[in-house]
Write a protein that binds this ligand. Structure first.
Ligand code: NOJ
Length: 747
């Protein structure tokens, strides 16, 4: 007993020492920040709030500055973006070191899904539901980027989105808030590592704050008008998750929210983010967004724009020059307080200290480390693993897949078969000094996979877009010589991403016509759909016997696709966004309200919440995805039927692999609050498990349900769990619920 007590005492003392040490460390940084601040002129302070683009990769109008170099020498620039490579970052940093106070520059970059090693686009990765693999992909991206001089990535994008017309869905984690929050947390952990200041950590940036994914009509940069309840319940939680993960920075969004552009939205930036959530990092505007408020129409000129943005809590101005041109006058005119300027500067300097840049401004500019990390042989292995985990098997009639490795002749047809860079998707990074040879094309992947026994034939068939059918005859000829046809079609990689909203989300050009011609040969056709968003592909969905949704998988695309085609990896991914039947259903999402007149099915239309000319059901629902094996769900057991507020309920179920292949299943837990003071969604994802099961194997999993999982924002925006009955559903997708029960929350 005495031994136990002294052990506890020892732990308490150790903890106290650790806490004191940590506080001392923070204090030291804060003190250092204050002493630098005390030496700074107003001009130098404003300089820290100013971020310029280097000379390439602009994603908005660049205000060409004849004297960027001179301004850096005079301490008038705090950060550069789109500047990478140890050589280039070192040369800019050297110029910053000529400034009076030698405050180091921060180098920021959009490292969205990998740096040199490109990982699947974030939406694809989210379909893996594999939080460890997602964290690892961000970790590797950070390792490569930081070795190449980068201190800061503008990722993760955590915007929830229910509209596939919006091209930026490719950057996020789909439509669900619960899953999106888990992924947001994992990505921040991956980018930032154990702590800032490690050589392989970069600052992460949660963007775009807030509600950008709800842009009206799916049109990029468009307005957002939404209730506070929806904002808090659906759109803010992933941002909050990044704060919980100690994220270093936030980026404002381009949209206005209920009439106030986010960049000048005090409610978002100060009241919620900095005050309520206690975020101690800094906020950067999106590209030019401070100046764009003139176009929004809430300010008259750059002077008013800078005033509105800084006073709302936006600390750094990306590329609009409005802070640089107006803040001094605004301070003189008492429109902006020096306290606010100091707070913004402090936030930025603190991060520069945490990164260790004051101690050594060149610590991320080691050319040997850069070479080593950009060629690290473990990185492609990780990229291949998550790429195959991201591929969604949508259809597999008569077990056409996996293909036999003894197949004699395979015709690999389509405009994306031999494409190289397309596989990287939008927001890849053009790392200086690298060519495309490290990207494994789909053709190369297949060649790597099959032995001499299999003959591979190729025909392009058609382009991604346009209506040229001249290649059809050759494609049909090639298909006729094969035992199996694989057709690779989809979007161009730059049809999704920023400013890539589409009103028509069909597969472009004559690609589906090519499929029709190939099906007419009578050969079995496996279709690969490459895209950055959910597409509409009626003909393919109805007629192709097998479909793999391959998104954009990055550098290892070819190998990952081949692994899945031949069963070296059994597909396990599940969709994180609903695939509509038609654009007319958008926005369509699984966690909708019931309405007062819900349609029971597609025959129940009369004066019901339905379309008279279209189904109410999507093509593929949230959570959907097949495997080469089958899983049976059984033995749902709730350890109690009533729980009190502080208690937990355990729901367990047994999952059995009933097919012939080893495989992984993503088991999903949904809850429905049956009666509450305000309307609740018909179901909400509240937990999930990704489990591996050998053929024939069973595992029992247990979900723990507590008050948090039962809570929601009531009319007063209080986070409450109301007593009453809940439905609990466990399933393989949001429409494939296998087990159900009810329980009650009692006072
Ligand atoms: C504009 C985009 O909206 C944002 O996501 C990106 O980080 C910046 N440009 C910088 O490239």
């Amino acid at each position: 007993m005495r031994k136990v007590t002294s052990k506890i005492l020892f732990i308490i003392i150790l903890n106290t020492i650790l806490v004191q040490a940590l506080t001392a460390q923070t204090k030291t940084i804060n003190q250092k920040v204050d002493s630098v601040l005390s030496l700074m002129t107003l001009d130098e302070k404003i300089g820290q709030l100013n971020q310029y683009n280097d000379d390439w990769t602009a994603t908005g109008p660049v205000t060409l500055d004849k004297d960027k170099r001179g301004q850096i020498q005079h301490g008038q620039v705090g950060s550069l973006l789109n500047c990478m490579g140890t050589e280039r970052t070192r040369s800019w940093q050297k110029i910053a070191m000529q400034s009076r106070l030698k405050i180091p520059l921060l180098f920021g970059q959009d490292v969205i899904h990998g740096f040199k090693t490109t990982f699947p686009i974030p939406l694809a990765e989210s379909c893996s539901w594999d939080l460890d693999a997602i964290e690892l992909s961000a970790r590797i991206a950070a390792t490569e980027a930081s070795a190449s001089g980068i201190h800061w990535t503008f990722a993760p994008m955590v915007d929830i989105c229910r509209d596939p017309r919006w091209g930026r869905v490719m950057e996020g984690a789909g439509e669900d808030t619960y899953l999106g929050s888990k992924i947001a947390y994992a990505r921040v952990k991956g980018f930032q590592g154990d702590k800032l200041g490690e050589l392989n950590s970069v600052m992460a940036c949660a963007k775009h704050f807030a509600a950008y994914g709800a842009a009206v009509g799916g049109r990029d940069y468009n307005s957002v008008d939404m209730s506070d309840r929806q904002l808090w319940e659906t759109y803010l939680p992933p941002f909050k998750a990044t704060v919980d993960a100690h994220i270093a920075t936030f980026m404002t969004s381009f949209n206005d929210l209920n009439g106030v552009p986010s960049t000048a939205n005090k409610y978002l930036l100060t009241d919620i983010l900095k005050n309520k959530w206690g975020f101690d990092g800094f906020v950067v505007s999106d590209w030019g967004a401070v100046g764009e408020m003139i176009e929004h129409g809430n300010v008259k000129n750059g002077y008013e724009a800078a005033q509105a943005a800084i006073n709302a809590g936006c600390d750094m101005d990306m590329e609009s020059r409005d802070y640089k041109n107006n803040l001094e006058q605004l301070v003189k005119d008492n429109k902006v307080s020096i306290t606010r300027i100091d707070d913004a500067v402090r936030r930025i300097l603190r991060k520069k200290f945490e990164l260790g840049l004051f101690a050594d401004p060149f610590r991320f500019c080691n050319a040997d480390r850069e070479q080593m990390e950009l060629n690290n042989p473990n990185h492609p292995i990780a990229a291949r693993n998550i790429a195959r985990e991201s591929i969604v098997l949508l259809k597999n009639q008569h077990h056409l897949l996996p293909l036999s490795k003894d197949t004699k002749t395979i015709a690999f047809i389509g405009p994306l078969v031999k494409a190289v860079k397309q596989n990287k998707g939008f927001w890849d990074v053009e790392v200086p000094g690298t060519d495309s040879s490290f990207i494994v094309s789909q053709w190369q992947g297949l060649e790597n996979k099959v032995g001499n026994k299999t003959k591979l034939l190729y025909a392009k068939g058609c382009d991604i877009d346009g209506n040229n059918r001249n290649g059809f005859a050759e494609a049909v000829k090639v298909a006729k010589q094969a035992d199996v046809v694989i057709l690779s079609i989809g979007e161009r990689r730059d049809l999704s991403g920023e400013a890539k909203s589409r009103s028509n989300i069909n597969i472009p050009g004559v690609q589906e016509e090519l499929l029709k011609a190939l099906l007419a040969t009578g050969k079995p056709v496996v279709v690969l759909i490459n895209a950055g968003r959910p597409l509409v592909f009626d003909f393919t969905a109805d007629n192709a016997p097998a479909i793999l949704y391959t998104w954009w998988l990055g550098s290892e695309a070819g190998n990952a696709i081949a692994d899945v085609l031949f069963g070296d990896y059994n597909p396990s991914a599940k969709l994180t966004m609903t695939f509509p039947l038609s654009v007319g259903q958008i926005p369509i999402y699984y966690n909708h309200f019931n309405t007062g007149r819900p349609a029971k099915n597609d025959n129940d239309r009369d004066y019901k919440s339905a379309y008279i000319d279209l189904s109410i059901y999507p093509r593929y629902e949230f959570g959907y995805g097949l495997s080469y094996t089958t899983f049976q769900y059984s033995k749902l057991q709730l350890n109690k039927k009533k729980i009190k507020s502080g208690e937990q309920l355990e729901a367990s179920a047994t999952i059995t692999n009933t097919g012939n292949y080893d495989g992984e299943e993503i088991v999903q837990l949904y809850l429905h609050d049956l009666v509450s003071s305000i309307v609740r969604p018909v179901m909400e994802l509240k937990d999930f498990r990704k489990i591996k099961l050998k053929a024939g194997e069973s595992k029992t999993i247990t979900f723990v349900i507590d008050k948090e999982k039962l809570s929601f924002f009531n009319q007063q925006l209080q986070w409450v769990a109301e007593p009453g009955e809940f439905e609990l559903m466990i399933g393989a997708s949001s429409r494939d619920i296998r087990l159900k029960d009810r329980f009650e929350l009692v006072e």
